[in-house]
Design a binder for this molecule. Sequence first.
Ligand code: AVJ
Ligand code: FE
Length: 449
Amino acid sequence: MSTSEQEHPLTHLGAEQLRALAAEHLMRARSRSSALTDAVDDDDLVRQHSPLMSPLVWDLAHVGNQEELWLVRDVGRRDPVRSDIDELYDAFKHGRASRPALPLLGPAEARAYVREVRDKVLDVLDKTTLEGTALVQDAFAFGMVVQHEQQHDETMLATHQLRAGAPVLYAEEPPPAFAPLPAKEVLVPAGEFTMGTSTEPWALDNERPAHPAYTGAFFVDTAPVTYGEYLRFVEAGGYAEERWWSPAGWHHVKDVGLEAPRFLTRDGGRWMRRRFGVVEPVRDDEPVTHVCFHEAEAYASWAGKRLPTETEWEKAARWDPATGRSRRYPWGDEDPGPEHANLGQRHLRAATVGAYPAGASPLGVHQLIGDVWEWTSSDFAPYPGFTVFPYPEYSAVFFGSDYKVLRGGSFGTDAVACRGTFRNWDFPVRRQIFSGFRCARDASPEELG
Ligand code: AVJ
Ligand code: FE
């Protein structure tokens, strides 16, 4: 099984090309951070839009602080830009709800700080040979910092979705249109495949190492569950019937009074959804978004199905039956292009199902990457052979049964922070993230012939 992963092309780049690639990614992440923070005025930047989120100005300076810690001080061995603020921007020192009360850098100071850090980092990048330690090999530390900034850009986008008031973010163009899917579900045969990666240079520690994983035969939906499908469950009274919910899920529904996915309201007979400040009719054929794990699980059981395990999800996304190899992405080994997946905050909404035929997996599973994060039934756990790299606070401190794994990325995720092996996680009650799901089910002996 260990031969079924291919070497990534990035590992063959010379130092000069790698430096150029890292610089380009750094620049692209920063232009997204700037767009998200320049879109609102200073009051809005320092305000807390939800107790679940940091003020946007915290995310901005935190991104700069992580960049300073890893690239200026660690990789660059340079003097600190500002060692006095580390504690303020340490996510483990202060919970999100308490961050607005901290003596944070103001908007102008935060912008000046991230600019100063970036200038030093570009100088460090210019002078590094990218040799000597695992941290700089293949420009990993730069890739890690780029992904960190893009992850916070998705978090900031979620803050924008929670923000009240007039809209300030607009997509340049709508996503591609609905296209009929050839099948509602496909069979994934029983057997082993290679899960995780040992060759993807910018993969984070929790995605490693590549290892054989087994699944039985199962059916998986070719597309995420849509609003139209989900709202049939809502309208059938699903939120009032205990039998569809796990004990924890039922407790949560009652406790907070859940009635429908977040950001939806009813206007007469019509379901409306507030999206970045605009109230619009819900599209039936768009993946349901802003549901928590418990809602996903309850819908699946109402539909006579279940959520896929994380292993099943990755097999459906990466396993190529023709070669037995695991691909980097459902469509192959090429980086995502606009024809493959709805990523990168291009459209600011999920595309309708079937919109990305070029992004389908060999077995015909669509939209695994992009559109919405997909809840799986799995807890966030280390793979066999896991080693912390380079710090336990990225993954290791979150392993355990408190968190469920989400896969595939959303329209708010950048391509650099999303791959067939990428693992996200959150509490099962969270739904401010761009989360949806697809269903799976066991294959019966009769169906297997
Ligand atoms: C991987 C999305 C769960 O946002 O909590 C950001 C990413 N880690 N800063 C998060 C992260 C440190 C993380 N998730
Ligand atoms: Fe962070």
